[in-house]
Design a protein around this ligand. Structure first.
Ligand code: CDP
Ligand code: MG
Length: 730
């Protein structure tokens, strides 16, 4: 029999339904005139003989008709025709993201070669949904239906339905400020209130006005009006509606079955362990006694965790238990999903489990609303999420594990009741639930906005104050972000974009990275910095087979450089190049070949950007000191000093941090370190470490380390003060 290291006592909550259907102005159900046969309609609107076409499987056509949004098709289209902005509210799984763009396509919104854009906060969602929609329309992905995410573009001239991350649309606006190829832009998952979606609200509202005026003055000109559709899974529509001049709010009633909520009786110290125990309890209990469940395919389990480390940890623990299952117990198939996971593996969560087998999906917040996974009947909610937090005193962001909001908890439990009755196991007490915030704080209120300011200035919105934010960022954030951009030399002392700033905005990278990249020409190490930044943008380079941890450590040591993680990564890349990307070499060295292919692709794209900016491809060979100095130009805020207890204190604000065990310098402990990333879980961990020398700081970054660690330049201070004060009084 199975033994568990701890037991999670769960009590049933009396209220058993958390259905969030709004009963007020929901769209009346009516018969749709669409026959759901997309391929037929596609030809009549926008046929092209060069495009590949596939037969749409009849089950997909059936599935489309079964979605709650199907009956609302005509009412939606009528509203779109009559209004320039529309807000749509409905629960996850209604069919908003996959269906509504197709309805618009069928209704002629792409005539004249126009495109419909659908933004997503997460790349995994943009990619997987575009794939699904291309199947539903029977077309080749990248042709009529495509996607664009950072460093991965599957769209073409033929693309009429384009799924893209919100960040990529902001970048497109930097190149084409009128976004003239789009007839409709749908801001999906608006409730997530990501920084980029918030920026898009302001940008699109202004573009819509400008295009309206252009059409008025020249009805036959090249510009067409822009339709904006905001889609959200929560009911706080008022804010969106008011912002878009009282745009109509349409509620589509979803299908939600009752979900029983359970809370733990006691606070759980280790939620990963609690999740393990709960998953095993669910599996073994429903396996034995709840035979009627079987008819409704047993019900898969969805576990919400905060990130890759936790997911892999729980996967390992589960696999250890699964092999010890007594005979007769149904198989349990573990499917992780997080953004750094290779795409093929991500797609596995959507596949039906083989007969006699149950899936347990270990997911980050991505499964909360962005992805709809069929077959879930049990949700295990750890009650936490990894979120970007801005430390406005020092001006840096960290990834921290924080409690979710009540709205998130409701979304998570809702995932259990999409097709059948479900159960949600909250691994926290009811008292803790009652004390959660009502809804999550918008990213603009809790993260650094240096990138936003840089992008707005590039688009020509020089005065950040005049920007029509849906909700304003805190004054301290604006101040610190302006200071950061000044110290990065992206803004001059009048707050104007400098040449360096203009160059920085060309790269699809955070300002600290783009500054490092631009400066690397002066430090004569552009080639190396390009490689390192490409390596840093992929999470998993080494794969660690469960029983070979020691061997992997030995292999990793081959590449080790005492000059820092960045140099170690560079060594891996150099060796990979030497063997021409040999799969055998990758296998022998526990290197994830797919990650390396991705890195090579990112590297090549970044090289193209550098060529466009006419940067000279220089190499420092093995003079790595240049690289270490160069990274200070971008990451001067991320510096820490060793303490007698082997911990570190940040130079900027004396906060205690530690080197993450994944760093090659974990036990080396150099005196001064620079780090690229700060993750705060139970402790504050710095990742990707470079040892540096303290005397390099004033030499490389005089604006910050010149006299004392604040902005000392009088005129710059004055300019930042004026901007922030005007902002306050505005
Ligand atoms: O946007 P919303 O949450 O309203 O729903 P959706 O993402 O359009 O998903 C509607 C349906 O499409 C889901 O219930 C799934 O059945 C299906 N779907 C899928 O099978 N595979 C995907 N990658 C995405 C959606
Ligand atoms: Mg959706």
């Amino acid at each position: 029999m199975l033994s568990t290291s701890a037991s999670v006592k769960l009590k049933k909550k009396s209220q058993n339904n958390e259905n969030i259907v709004n009963k007020h102005s929901k769209i009346p159900k009516q018969k749709s005139s669409s026959n759901g046969n997309t391929s037929k309609q596609v030809k009549s609107t926008n046929g092209s003989s060069a495009e590949k076409k596939y037969q749409v499987p009849p089950e997909i056509i059936e599935q489309k008709k079964m979605l709650p949004v199907y009956t609302a098709r005509e009412a939606l289209l009528k509203n779109f025709r009559e209004n320039s902005s529309v807000i749509i509210i409905s629960e996850t799984g209604t069919g908003k993201t996959t269906q509504i763009p197709q309805y618009l396509y069928e209704d002629g919104y792409t005539q004249g070669g126009m495109t419909i854009a659908v933004t997503q906060p997460r790349r995994v969602a943009a990619v997987s949904i575009a794939k699904r929609v291309s199947q539903e329309m029977g077309v080749e992905l990248g042709e009529k239906v495509g996607y664009t995410v950072r460093f991965d573009d599957k769209s073409s001239q033929l693309t009429r339905l384009k799924y893209l991350t919100d960040g990529m649309l902001v970048r497109e606006a930097m190149i084409d400020p009128m976004l003239s190829k789009y007839s409709v832009i749908m801001l999906d998952e608006a409730h997530e209130r990501t920084l980029n979606t918030d920026v898009l609200f302001g940008l699109l509202k202004s573009v819509q006005n400008k295009r309206k005026n252009l059409v008025k003055s020249n009805p036959n000109g090249k510009h067409k009006e822009l339709k904006i559709i905001v889609m959200s899974a929560t009911l706080d529509a008022e804010l969106f509606s008011k912002y878009f001049n009282n745009a109509p709010v349409l509620y589509i009633e979803g299908r939600q079955f009752p979900v029983q909520i359970f809370y733990t009786e006691e606070v759980q110290k280790d939620y990963v362990d609690a999740a393990l125990v709960t998953v095993l309890q669910i599996h073994l209990n429903t396996n034995k006694e709840d035979r009627s469940d079987e008819e409704q395919h047993g019900g898969d389990i969805l576990v919400f965790l905060t990130g890759r480390d936790e997911i892999e940890n729980l996967e390992k623990l589960l696999l250890e238990r699964i092999v010890r299952f007594p005979s007769g117990v149904k198989k349990l198939l573990v499917c992780p999903i997080f953004s750094a996971l290779p795409q093929e593996q991500q797609m596995k969560v959507f596949e039906k489990a083989p007969a006699g087998c149950r899936k347990v999906i270990l997911a980050t917040n991505i499964a909360e609303t962005s992805l709809t996974i069929n077959g879930i009947r049990h949700v295990v909610d750890t009650g936490v999420v990894k979120s970007k937090i801005y430390h406005s005193t020092i001006g840096i962001d960290s990834l921290s594990v924080i409690p979710i909001s009540k709205a998130s908890a409701k979304q998570r439990s809702g995932r259990a009741g999409r097709e059948y009755d479900g159960k949600c196991y909250r691994l926290y007490t009811e008292d803790i639930f009652n004390r959660l915030e009502e809804s999550s704080i918008a990213e603009i209120k809790r993260s650094n906005i240096a990138n936003v300011i840089l992008q707005l200035k590039t688009i020509g919105i020089d005065d950040v104050l005049s920007f029509d934010f849906l909700e304003r960022p805190p004054i301290q954030t604006v101040k610190k972000s302006l200071e950061l951009l000044y110290c990065l030399e992206a803004l001059d002392d009048k707050g104007k974009l400098t040449e360096v700033g203009k160059k920085m905005s060309m790269f699809p990278l955070d300002p600290m990275y783009s500054k490092t990249l631009i400066k690397s020409v002066e430090f004569e190490c552009l080639e190396e910095v390009l490689i390192i930044i490409s390596m840093l943008s992929v999470e998993s380079i080494f794969f660690i087979p469960k029983d070979k941890a020691k061997e992997v450590e030995n292999i990793k040591n081959i590449f080790f450089s005492p000059e820092g993680d960045h140099i170690t990564l560079l060594n891996v890349f150099r060796e990979y190049q030497k063997v021409n990307g040999s799969p055998q070499w990758c296998y022998d060295h526990f290197i994830n070949i797919k990650s390396m292919v991705k890195i090579l692709n990112i590297f090549e794209q970044l090289v193209k950007y550098c060529m466009q900016s006419k940067m000279e491809m220089v190499s420092c060979q093995s003079d790595y000191e240049r690289i270490r100095k160069c990274f200070i130009t971008g990451f001067f805020l991320n510096v820490a000093v060793l303490q007698p207890d082997k911990k570190y204190k940040t130079m900027a604000d004396n906060k205690e941090i530690q080197i993450h065990p994944s760093s090659f310098l974990f036990n080396v402990n150099p005196q001064y370190i620079l780090f690229n990333e700060l993750t705060i879980t139970s402790k504050a961990f710095a990742r990707n470490i470079l040892p540096i020398e303290p005397m390099w700081l004033p030499e490389v970054c005089p604006k910050y380390y010149g006299r004392s660690p604040t902005v000392q330049d009088k005129s710059a201070q004055q300019s930042i003060k004026e901007t922030t004060e005007a902002f306050k009084s505005n």
